[in-house]
Structures are given as C-alpha cells and as structure tokens.
Write a protein that binds this ligand. Structure first.
Ligand SMILES: *Cc1c(COP(=O)(O)O)cnc(C)c1O
Length: 220
C-alpha cells in the first residue's frame, strides 16, 4: 500500500489557506483511494481520457482538476464534472469550454496558464495576450465560464533565484488582474503555482494552490 507519510507531511506543513491538489496522473486507483481515505478530496490529472476513466471509477465527491494542456475537441468529455481547468491558453479554448458548460447547464471554473519559464516547450499565454483576452468584448459574452485565477510553471532548474523571479512575475500579474474591477466573468482568487520540486519557493512567492504528484505518489 502507498505510504501516506509524505502526504501527511505536506498537508501538515502547508498553510491552511493554501489548497493542495494531489496529482495522481499515471497512478492506479488504489493509490488514489489510499489518499482519499486520508480525507483528501482534490485530485489532478493531466490527460482527459485518464481523468474520465478515473472519474467513473472513483467516489463522486472527488473534486477533479484538469491540470494539463487541453485540446478543444476533448473539452466535452470533462465538461459534465470537472471542478477546475488549470491550463487554459487560448480564447478558442475558452469559447469551447463555455459552449460545453452551457450544454451541461454549469459554470466551469478556469485558470489562465501564463508563460513564465525560460524553456520553449511550456504552454501558456504571454501576460499581454491574457490581458487582451480578458478585456475583449467577445470574452465578456462567455457567461458559462469563470476565470478564477492564474496558473504557471517555472523553469526546471536548480537555480532558486530564477524560479523565484518567475513566480514573482506571475504573482504581480495576478495582483494586477485581481485589482482590476472592470473585468467580467472573473474572480481572481487562485494562484496555482508550485510542484514537488519548487512548491516551497512558490509559497514564498504567494501561491494559493500547489499541484504535487511525485512527492505524494512516488516517482512516475
Ligand atoms: C505532473 C504535473 C504536476 C506535478 O508534478 P510533480 O513534480 O510530480 O509534483 C504539476 N503540474 C502539472 C501541470 C503537471 O503536469
């Protein structure tokens, strides 16, 4: 059985105001259930197909977060149940989430993924692009989505200064949007940043939600 000590260690050392998303991608149902039995209810997956399969087979009071890049044509599969979509990186995707949310008579909560890393491979919007979307009249018509915050991934490096700089840029942008009272369909409360290797730095920089996989479930 999965050792629950790492889970409890993280849970007990996180500030109460910070939400822990237990990232269970590639891990079996029994490991998720072990953490569920510890009282945990928020789990994150990065692939639509795997998320849907686990949703079907696991207790219905789990809050499922989709944390990975989403293709537009797959939104319909998660729209009935997903609690939060972390990695929204285009207006086209927002339109599709809105359409599928409407079909399901829901408002789907989303985070915009902001590009903060030095690496080329990471998905995300530039801050200017994100702002352009949020102030557009097309966006203001999407009544079945709610942008509740931002998500970002720092460069995968041992250089803590680089990581802290990137997280701080995201935090600053978050505060600016939060203070903009003109934005519609927005309620900036969540700043999703920090994974197993960098969540402590993310907390120092103002993270309100950490996404932790391998420290809880073991390496993949
Ligand atoms: C896999 C993943 C995580 C968790 O990573 P760990 O290093 O295992 O903690 C967090 N966020 C995203 C977007 C991921 O894909």
């Amino acid at each position: 059985m999965l050792n629950t000590a790492p889970y409890f260690h993280i849970k007990n050392t996180l500030p109460e105001t910070v939400t822990l998303v237990a990232v269970s991608k590639t891990k079996p149902l029994e490991d998720i259930l072990t953490i569920y039995e510890c009282g945990h209810r928020i789990f994150g997956e990065n692939k639509v197909q795997e998320l849907c399969k686990k949703y079907e087979q696991l207790p219905k009071d789990i809050e499922w977060h989709l944390i990975g890049h989403v293709q537009t044509n797959k939104v319909k599969y998660v729209a009935p149940f997903v609690s939060l979509i972390h990695a929204v990186d285009s207006f086209k995707l927002l339109e599709e989430i809105n359409k599928q949310a409407l079909k399901n008579n829901r408002i789907i909560k989303c985070l915009l993924q902001i590009y903060i890393a030095k690496e080329e491979s990471k998905f995300g919007l530039e801050t200017v692009e994100a702002e352009q979307i949020l102030i557009s009249s097309e966006f203001s018509k999407l009544k079945n989505i709610e942008i509740v915050g931002l998500m970002g991934m720092a460069t995968n490096t041992d250089n803590e200064e680089v990581i802290k700089n990137e997280f701080s840029v995201l935090k600053e942008f978050f505060v600016r949007l939060k203070n903009n009272t003109h934005l519609l369909n927005c309620n900036f409360t969540i700043l999703s940043m920090g994974m197993s290797n960098d969540y402590k730095l993310a907390l120092e920089c103002g993270s309100t939600m950490v996404r932790i996989g391998s420290t809880i479930f073991g390496s993949r």
